[in-house]
Design a protein around this ligand. Sequence first.
Ligand SMILES: [Zn+2]
Length: 397
Amino acid sequence: MDSGEQTLLVILVAFVAGIAIDRLWRFAKGRGLPEQQSDGADSMHYILGLDLLASRQIDRAVTELTMAARKNTDAVAIYLILGNLLREKGQIERAIQIHQGVLHRPGLSKDERAHALLCLGMDFKRAGFRNRALDTLREVLALEPKNAYALSSLIKIQEEEQDWREALDTLARLSDVTGESNPSLEAFLHDRVGLASVAAGNDAKAAKAFEEAIRIQSRLAPPHLHLGDLRLQQGRLQDAETQWLSYAKDNPRFAHLVFDRLHAAREDGDRLEKMEEFYRGVIEVDEKDWRARLALARMKRAQKDPAAAFELLMEAVHHNPHALAVHLEVWHALVEAGGEVERIQTYLDEVADSAYFIDPYVCMSCNYRTNGILWRCPHCQEWDTFVEERVETVDHN
Ligand SMILES: [Zn+2]
């Protein structure tokens, strides 16, 4: 499911489950519509529209809901949904018009106003009018301080505005409302506060923010990496190394994230010999780690030890034959060694034995990968969904 569909589903759930049906009937029955009109064709258009929406036939849903809206101009819910669908289809101006139209109606209840404002806020957000979206969402929250959807939308916009502190405050409000915390997001936001503080030259505040992020969710790499960067920048080389090494030790699968930093710092400090010990340690903990082998092979090549480099690279190919980075390193090594036929043969054998996806295809429906084209996906059972999977090439123009 892509993010557009997810957005649509959120809207669908929010409105269908929350207000739409109940509201429509209250409107149709209670607001003085003639009975024959409310029970007739207009509600059929409405129900059909919702059905089409649920099966994601958006254009037909818009047609039906437009007809329902025309025949039942009093029904706020239909207009809100219709506006949301038009927004999802990219017709943002029309969505804004419809939602503003609802807001101009006399006699709206407080929660109708809040919902209409929320929809309008989403329109503004989608249109890129972030300030108007912010103002509108704040209006929603003034009416409904515990509107979780408005709070999470507000966080997204505050992130786009890089108002990390404010996003943290909103996240705290959201957690109070839902009773659920979001430690990853909280940690990432603290990390961003830290980066912003580094850029502003406030090291103490930055360090505090990174440490807070680590305290909240220590498995996330960025705050560890950034705190190390800060220490290095302050000339505290040993503290930087300790920070990175402890992260790598606690998260062996992500140890490679510190390779380049640690390597550069130790190269400057003329202590590169310690890197081999480090890479060997990573391989010992995770024997399939191809990145440590690749990095160590690069070191060996630089140290003019092509035999050791080649051996490490063959192990790396074996553990991940689909990483182009490894093959590039092999080709460099082979060229440097003068194209020895025996090594080339060893390499070819290793690739032929290890690589499954020689000619990779991927299912567009479920991302199932296969070697060669299939006409029916064995994973999601859809027909004609496979496309060739290609590595992106660099555009030199
Ligand atoms: Zn599939």
